[in-house]
Design a protein around this ligand. Structure first.
Ligand code: ADP
Ligand code: MG
Length: 741
């Protein structure tokens, strides 16, 4: 591994620190991998930029959670600090210093000793939003009030990966600018104990001028360039466009593996499902390599090490990506576009680029946000190729033609122009700001904001009459909950129907907020059948929501059983692993869901949402440092007790709550068997993985006629539009829903 001080950014260390001392805002531009993210916070800490009294911090925002956690761990290890992933929430850790922490949704690893804090931009916004105001009634706040405590502990805020222009980064840019100016004004007015907020915007590519202009209040903002280190990369294109890029990617990798000198391969894929499918096929090929080499009369082929990298991976799985590649081995990293600029993987010599990216796209015509696989821009494509040439000359295999490259858009479209804005608008209203006049670095189309207001009005979060939009008390509560406004609405609607329904909703939101689906998605048709019938055991004929809850409950009971019947935790864990395999449940996801659930238990308590199970009390007690598995077991015991009581779950109340304030997620069956949304005329089919999908009605005892109205969580657009996570609504409930909205 290269020593940190040989990174290009070290050459500019003194200048960078000096410019940050001398200016309120500095823009730092440099090639990916030059050391901006990992080194600059350390320079600032060592050079004593933080005021000595008080608990001041350097904050570094990241658009992605994997980047926030893995970069924090890296910086901690370079500084000889405690590994933030092992820090217990708000607890102190003995031994090593705890200067580096991270905070991502549902996982806060900071202590009062934290001096360098990596956080997602979404978490920073939550911090600005602050806690729910104690006073009931008057929902409006003005931003000055909010700002009283906004980011008080931060003396330096590094806004990283700014070129990516995620919606949350754009919000952070506008908010940080405002907080910086307010603090300046307070200092000038002679207020004590107020410190300036230094802002450092870090960006991989161009666009530096735009940031500099945005932050200049009369004074020019310096732009510093870190000299890059980039070797030549030889580009290859396909002759014809390929039908199945995953297949082409696997073949290309195998080709490289058997014919090219050692060096790791980085593959840019679209998402986790594709990555896992490719990992499967690679494993199959890799297993046959030795036999193949012998047959060909060749020397043995190097070992192939397969390492996936995507958002839903836990900290240890993503750390494996950085482990040095052993001798006579080739590492293949199958990554989403996280490896494009936010994470640099050492040792890469070959890049295989699908030319695709999975992105959320909002269509104002259909009022729905969908996940779509789209071609990348030329600048992303160049960035991706560049990853092969960081340590020496490299090669990039594009799975598209030269002509296709020419036709790509030059720059990516900023997220703000293609996403649904209701969550962002709600947060701004809750801070006392107006999204229509907010200081956006690049304002969204007014039509998108109007659309957001319509959605918020449907949820009951705002009252919009004539030209004024007023946040309602409900809106204030929705904004304070760290889940999407729509899930927040579900939690509050369920709370009104009593603790039993509230705990169902809380668990459901935990499941739906996880990074991936609870059930294993099997690409192989033969295994799919087995997975489907495993799932049949959990099926509730109302659809996916209740089925997911049944599966979670079954897991919790299995967990309770495992820990009670085995004397060692290791044996219990092994049993649970097997249980997950036979029930086609994704174990890592269940763990993720339980971690979220644990947080939501606390959050519900804080927000006065009373839930049925006693778990609330145990989880709300301060952590006393027990190990993770014991911790889960504790909650389960109590949960298990309550779930024997309500063994025959009734989900009718919960299902009605699913539609509350979410008419845009309700659809009616058409004569041809497709569905059409009540609001907006788009029609779609059920995704084959839905419990209510007609192909499994027989096996599941569902009568097709009974599925007249549905509520769905998301639409995905591939060759067709499909709804995923779908449940049936009784037609009689619809009237109540319509009347309530
Ligand atoms: P930049 O922000 O300029 O893109 P970084 O500071 O992220 O650069 O990366 C600097 C170097 O640190 C890169 O060579 C990268 O490979 C290395 N690095 C970053 N994180 C890790 C990690 N977790 N393990 C090993 N090396 C890492
Ligand atoms: Mg970086």
């Amino acid at each position: 591994m290269e020593a940190a001080h040989t990174l290009p950014v070290w050459a500019g260390k003194d200048k960078i620190v000096q410019r940050i001392r001398d200016n309120d805002t500095v823009i730092l531009v440099g090639e990916t991998g030059s050391g901006k993210t990992t080194q600059v916070p350390q320079f600032l800490l060592r050079e004593g930029i933080l005021p000595s009294e008080g608990q001041h911090m350097i904050g570094i925002t990241q658009p992605r959670r994997v980047a926030a956690t893995s970069l924090a761990r890296r910086v901690a290890s370079e500084l000889g600090c405690a590994d933030p992933a092992t820090l217990k929430e708000k607890q102190e850790h003995d031994g090593l210093p705890e200067w580096v922490g991270y905070s991502v949704r549902f996982d806060d690893r900071t202590t009062r000793h934290t001096r360098i804090k990596f956080l997602t931009d979404g978490m920073l916004i939550r911090e600005i939003l602050g806690p729910l105001p104690r006073r009931r009634g008057k929902p409006e706040r003005n931003f000055k009030e909010t700002n009283e405590y906004s980011l008080k502990r931060y003396s330096v805020l590094i806004i990283d990966e700014a070129h990516e222009r995620s919606l949350r980064t754009d919000m952070v840019l506008g908010l940080a600018k405002r907080i910086q100016r307010d603090r300046r004004n307070r200092i000038e007015a002679g207020e004590a104990n107020v410190y300036p907020l230094k802002i450092v915007v870090m960006s991989a590519t161009i666009d530096a001028e735009r940031f500099a202009q945005f932050f200049s209040h009369g004074q020019p903002v310096p732009i510093l360039y870190v000299a890059g280190r980039q070797h030549g990369v030889r580009l290859y294109h396909t002759e014809a466009s390929c039908q199945d890029w995953t297949d082409a990617a696997v073949r290309t990798m195998m080709q490289i593996h058997v014919s090219k000198p050692l060096g790791d391969i980085l593959v840019f894929a679209t998402g986790q499902e594709e990555i896992e499918a490719m990992a499967q096929s690679l494993k199959l090929y890799a297993a046959q390599l030795d036999a193949w080499a012998e047959e060909q009369g060749r020397d043995s082929v190097p070992t192939l090490l397969i390492r996936p990298l995507y958002a839903a991976l836990g900290p240890s799985a993503s750390a494996a990506v950085f482990a040095p590649t052993p001798k006579h081995t080739r590492k293949v990293v199958l990554a989403t576009n996280i490896a494009e600029t936010s994470i640099t993987i050492p040792g890469v010599r070959y890049v295989v680029d699908s030319g695709l990216v999975k992105e959320k796209v909002f269509s104002p015509q259909t009022h729905v946000e969908t996940l779509q696989v789209l071609p990348v821009s030329q600048s992303s494509s160049l960035q991706r190729a560049g990853r092969a040439g960081r340590e020496g000359p490299g090669e990039c295999y594009r799975l598209y033609t030269r002509e296709a490259f020419q036709e790509l858009q030059l720059q990516p479209t900023s997220e703000i122009h293609r996403t649904e804005l209701s969550g962002a608008a709600l947060q701004l209203y809750a801070m006392g700001l107006d999204p229509f006049t907010f200081d956006w670095i690049e304002p969204p189309a007014t039509s998108l904001l109007h659309e957001a207001v319509l959605q918020l009005a449907e949820l009951g979060a705002v009252d919009s009459r004539k030209d004024t939009v007023q946040l309602t008390p409900l809106g204030q509560r929705l904004a304070a909950l760290p889940v999407t406004p729509s899930y927040a609405r579900l939690l509050l609607a369920a709370a009104e129907r009593g603790p039993e329904v509230a705990s169902q909703a809380r668990d459901l939101v935990s499941i739906l907020s996880a990074d991936r689906g609870l059930f294993v998605d099997v690409a192989d048709p033969e295994k799919r059948e087995a997975a489907e019938s495993a799932r049949d055991q959990f099926v509730d004929t109302s659809g996916d929501h209740a089925t997911l809850l049944n599966a979670l409950r079954a897991y919790l009971l299995a967990q309770q059983h495992a820990f009670q019947s085995h004397s060692t935790p290791a044996a219990a864990r092994q049993e649970l692993k097997m249980w997950c395999q036979t029930h086609a449940i994704h174990e890592r996801t269940v763990k993720n869901v339980l971690a979220i659930r644990k947080q939501l238990i606390r959050i519900c308590l804080q927000h006065g949402i009373e839930c049925a199970d006693d778990a609330t009390k145990s989880a709300a007690a301060p952590d006393d440092g027990e190990s993770e598995s014991d911790d889960d077991a504790l909650i389960v015991t109590r949960y298990g007790a309550s779930s024997t009581r309500d063994h025959e779950q009734s989900y009718a109340d919960l299902l009605q709550c699913l539609g509350m304030g979410r008419l845009s997620h309700v659809a009616l069956r058409q004569p041809d068997g497709s569905f059409r949304r009540i609001a907006g005329g788009q029609s779609f089919k059920l995704h084959p993985t839905c419990v209510l999908h007609p192909s499994r009605h027989g096996a599941r005892g569902i009568s097709s006629d009974s599925v007249q109205a549905i509520v769905f969580e998301e639409l995905v657009m591939t060759s067709q539009t499909f709804a995923r996570t779908v449940s049936k609504l009784e037609p009689v409930w619809l009237q109540a829903l319509l009347a309530a909205s």
